[in-house]
Design a protein around this ligand. Structure first.
Ligand code: NAD
Length: 378
């Protein structure tokens, strides 16, 4: 099969890590008989330099014509004084809106090789893991384009008066809730078959609406074990017993907070991938999908062969799984990343402190080469 991928390397370490993800994708394509064609596009600071705009129309149009988009990172000190509407990060919002992606999928996985990077005690990890292992593997599905971040907001009254007030509104339509829940159920079916809806249904009417709709969808998805949890409890359970979770699905604001909490448990941001996906439209082969590491452009290490390319490579694996349903190929990339870590290779961000750990510190290039070698031998 032929797949067309929009490539947006962006700024800072973006081009370094995406070029490694492209190498891995091409290699995987060769091994499994697919052709991945890449269209390189400008967005972020480099696009401001080239065109005066963070997201040129031509980039968005080309991205919309592609089967999926792989992005590095945007931004950096050079563009920090730009006015708000001309900041590199505007490109991310424009791409998400323009592609119509509404579900953000963020894996929070603790790989056993990186156990030391997790701030939780080993016994805490083991206690909640179904097989007693000191690890966890969670997927947080966050609604991305609705809720309080986009609801009606404003201020009323004279600013200095005690009666003055400010408000933000959490409002969700049935259609917005259904589509993100269905995405989460699909993801759970590709994983361990467990889904937990996180809300505040003891207080919020909007949360009660989420629960009602989730119960309807659960009834039609008997293969998935559905549970419900209040967000305050979930914030605690993530640090007390993370091994109990498979897929967590939640609203925009709760997902924003919980996914950051979960990312700290996984160790370096250099390891964390993400996907933002939307609904399939008529005339398109695949639903739109935007895949990117969660880290930024890391200007402090850009161009020094220090960036960890694994988050970008794992984002490419997510693209294969969630946009193209190439599960075998996605698993092969994930296994190759595991194998590179098993052999003791570490970029500086994930290196342990023990002197006799048997680890070898490597740069971006050597880490990516090790992943491809492992793929070759798989
Ligand atoms: P950052 O994620 O770029 O860096 C934070 C720290 O993590 C730095 O010390 C960096 O060296 C390190 N780091 C990040 N990715 C790494 C990797 N792959 N390997 C090794 N170390 C890594 O966050 P920041 O410093 O707050 O932001 C820098 C710029 O990136 C800013 O302009 C910010 O606006 C932008 N940013 C962009 C995105 C995005 O494009 N999605 C996300 C966050 C921040």
């Amino acid at each position: 099969m032929n797949y067309s991928i929009a490539l947006v390397p962006g700024d800072g370490i973006g081009p370094e890590v995406t070029s490694k993800a492209v190498d891995v994708l091409k290699f995987t394509g060769g091994k499994f008989g697919h052709i991945f064609n890449f269209v390189e596009l400008e967005a972020g600071g480099c696009a401001i330099d080239a065109t005066g705009e963070p997201l040129p129309d031509s980039t968005l149009e080309a991205a919309r014509r592609s089967d999926a988009l792989l992005l590095g990172a945007v931004g950096g000190p050079k563009w920090e004084t730009q006015p708000g509407h001309l900041r590199p990060e505007r490109a991310l919002l424009g791409l998400r809106a323009g592609l119509g992606v509404f579900a953000n999928l963020r894996p929070a996985t603790l790989l056993p090789q990186l156990r030391e990077a997790c701030p939780l005690k080993e016994e805490v990890l083991r206690a909640s893991h179904p097989e007693g292992k000191p690890t966890f593997d969670i997927l947080i599905v966050r609604e991305l384009t609705g809720g309080i971040y986009f609801g009606e907001r404003g201020r009323e009254g004279d600013e200095k008066s005690p009666d003055s007030s400010a408000f933000d509104t959490e409002r969700y339509s049935r259609a917005e809730i259904e589509r993100v829940l269905l995405t989460a159920y699909d993801a759970a079916a590709k994983r361990r078959g467990k889904l937990c809806l996180v809300d505040k249904a003891n207080v919020l009417e909007s949360s009660r609406f989420w629960r009602e709709i989730c119960a309807e969808i659960a009834a039609a998805h008997k293969n998935i074990e559905t549970s419900y949890m209040y967000v305050d409890n979930c914030a605690m359970q993530l640090v007390r017993a993370p091994g109990q979770f498979d897929v967590i699905v939640t609203s925009n604001i709760f997902g924003d907070i919980l996914s950051d909490e979960a990312s700290v448990l996984s160790g370096s941001i250099g390891m964390l991938a993400s996907a933002s996906i939307g609904a399939k439209e008529a005339g398109r082969k695949y639903p739109p999908g935007m895949y990117e590491p969660i880290h930024g452009s890391a200007p402090d290490i850009a161009g020094k062969d220090l960036a960890n390319p694994l988050a970008a490579i794992l984002s490419a694996a997510m693209m294969l799984r969630y946009s193209f349903s190439l599960e075998r190929e996605a698993l092969a990339i994930e296994a190759a990343v595991n194998s590179a870590l098993d052999s003791g290779l570490r970029t500086t961000d994930i290196a342990g402190r023990a002197k006799d750990s048997g680890e070898k510190i490597v740069g971006t290039n050597e880490m990516a080469t090790a992943v491809m070698k492992a793929l070759e031998n798989a």
